[in-house]
Ligand binder design. Structure first.
Ligand code: AMP
Ligand code: MG
Length: 401
C-alpha cells in the first residue's frame, strides 16, 4: 500500500475517483418513462410557448384605445374559445369579443377586461373599469422556438417533464441507468426476517444503499451477503464486476485481521486510495476489480450511508456530467455542542428547527457510527471542517438529508 494515496481529504478522494469515470451512455425513452432520469442532451423548444397571443382571463377582448375611461359600451361581435376557430377573429373600433382563458386574441384587440368588471346586456357589454393593455399572454413569452429549455444533465423532475411536453417532445434522450451492485460482507450478517443466533445481527446496509441507488434513478443489484473468506469474496466480486457498471461492498475495509475486502483488493485488485479524512466513515477504499470500479464502504451502518453520500454521489454526478442530486447545504446555528475533530470533516447527525433567525441544529442522539436510529431521525449532517469548534451558538454549514 505504500504508493496508494492513504488517509486523504474528501476532495482528494473525490478527484482521484473522478479520474476513472463510469460509462456515460444514452438511450431514448418515451416522455412517460423519462421521470427521474437525467437528460442526455440540450433540448431546444420545437414551438413558441404560447404559440399565439391569448387571454389570461375569462372576459372581453377589446381595443385599449376604446376603453380608457369607464364606463364604455361595446357591441359583442363573437366569442373566442380555446381552439374553436381556425382563423383569428378581428375587431374594429366599438367592438368586443367574449374571450375565455387561453383562447386566441382577436386581431385588433390589445386588452382584456375580466368578466367580473363587465355587465352583459344582450349583444352589448358595459365595461365598468378603464382597461389596461394587460391580461394577454404573448406568443413566445414563456419560451421561444429554438431556445434551450432544458440543459444536458438536468434531472427530469415532474415539472421538467411538463416542460418537455410543452416544447413538443414525446421522446427524450436520457442517460442510461447504471447497474450498481451491492455486496454486504460479514460472518455475522443475517437477512431481516430470519431468526438470529448469538453473535448475529440483521444485515441493513444493503437495504439503505439500494434505496440510495434507487433515489438517484439507477438500478441496484443486491447480491446475497458474503462470509468473511477470500474465496467467497473473489467469486462474488467476479460476478458483480461482470454484471455491473460499479459495485459497492460494505464491511471488511478497516485495519482488522478479518478485513478481507481490503486484503483481496490489495492483493488481487487495484486500489486507487484507501481511508479518507471524514468522521464517521474514514475506512473507505476505491479501486477496480477486473476493470470495474468499486467502492469498499465501511461496515458500520451510519458510515456506509454517509460515505455513499459524500463520496459515491459526487463520483456518479461527475461521471454522468449532471448536477443531480444537488448538495443542499444551509447554514444553521448549533443549539447543542457537537464534537468536532482536528483532522477530519465531521459529519454529525442533527435535527433542524426553522426559526425566524434561521435554522437551529440540535444533536439529540448518541453518535455511534453503528447507531442507524441517529441517522434515520436526523434532518442533516454537520459539515464541520477540521479544527472547527462545534460549540453551542456557532453558525455552521449542514447538508440536508
Ligand atoms: P466491519 O467493517 O466489517 O468490521 O464492520 C463494522 C461494523 O459494522 C460491525 O459491527 C459489523 O457487524 C457491522 N456491519 C457490517 N456490515 C453490516 C451490514 N451489512 N449491516 C449491518 N451492520 C453491518
Ligand atoms: Mg466485517
Amino acid at each position: 500500500m505504500s504508493e496508494t494515496p492513504y488517509y486523504i481529504s474528501l476532495d482528494e478522494a473525490v478527484s482521484i475517483a473522478q479520474k476513472h469515470p463510469l460509462p456515460l451512455e444514452l438511450e431514448t425513452v418515451s416522455l412517460d418513462e423519462a421521470h427521474g432520469r437525467i437528460l442526455a442532451s440540450d433540448l431546444a423548444s420545437k414551438v413558441n410557448d404560447p404559440p399565439f397571443d391569448n387571454s389570461a382571463m375569462d372576459g372581453f377582448a377589446v381595443r385599449f384605445e376604446d376603453t380608457k375611461t369607464a364606463p364604455t359600451i361595446l357591441s359583442v361581435i363573437a366569442t373566442s374559445q380555446a381552439a374553436a376557430s381556425l382563423e383569428p377573429l378581428t375587431i374594429s373600433s366599438g367592438e368586443a369579443v367574449r374571450i375565455m382563458t387561453g383562447a386566441p386574441m382577436p386581431n385588433g384587440a390589445d386588452a382584456v377586461i375580466p368578466i367580473e368588471a363587465c355587465q352583459v346586456d344582450g349583444d352589448t357589454v358595459t365595461l365598468n373599469q378603464p382597461s389596461k393593455p394587460h391580461f394577454i399572454r404573448h406568443r413566445g413569452e414563456n419560451i421561444k422556438e429554438g431556445h434551450i429549455g432544458l440543459k444536458q444533465g438536468s434531472h427530469l423532475s415532474p415539472q421538467s417533464i411538463s416542460l418537455c411536453a410543452t416544447m413538443g417532445y414525446n421522446q427524450i434522450p436520457v442517460v442510461r441507468k447504471l447497474k450498481i451492485g451491492i455486496i454486504s460482507t460479514g460472518d455475522e450478517l443475517k437477512s431481516p426476517g430470519e431468526s438470529l443466533s448469538f453473535g448475529e445481527i440483521y444485515e441493513s446496509n444493503s437495504y439503505g444503499l439500494s434505496g440510495l441507488v434507487t433515489s438517484l434513478g439507477h438500478t441496484p443489484i443486491r447480491y446475497p451477503s458474503v462470509v468473511d473468506s477470500l474465496d467467497a469474496l473473489r467469486t462474488q466480486f467476479n460476478q458483480a464486476a461482470s454484471e455491473c457498471d460499479l459495485f459497492l461492498t460494505s464491511g471488511g475495509v478497516s485495519m482488522g485481521e478479518w478485513d478481507f475486502v481490503r486484503k483481496l483488493m490489495e492483493d488481487e485488485g487495484e486500489v486507487a486510495f484507501w481511508r479518507v479524512r471524514i468522521r464517521p466513515g474514514s475506512p473507505p477504499l476505491f479501486g477496480h476489480w477486473n476493470e470495474t470500479p468499486m467502492f469498499g464502504l465501511p461496515g458500520n451502518p451510519v458510515s456506509s450511508h454517509v460515505v455513499f453520500r459524500m463520496l459515491v454521489i459526487p463520483y456518479i454526478r461527475a461521471s454522468l456530467n449532471t448536477t443531480f442530486p444537488i448538495n443542499r447545504i444551509v447554514h444553521a446555528k448549533l443549539s447543542t455542542d457537537v464534537r468536532s475533530t482536528n483532522d477530519c470533516l465531521t459529519l454529525r447527525r442533527v435535527t433542524l428547527q426553522s426559526t425566524k433567525e434561521g435554522f437551529l441544529a440540535e444533536q439529540p442522539k448518541h453518535q455511534g457510527s453503528g447507531n442507524i436510529d441517529s441517522l434515520s431521525s436526523a434532518d442533516a449532517l454537520t459539515l464541520l471542517q477540521p479544527g472547527q469548534s462545534g460549540k453551542t451558538g456557532e453558525w455552521i454549514e449542514v447538508l440536508l438529508l
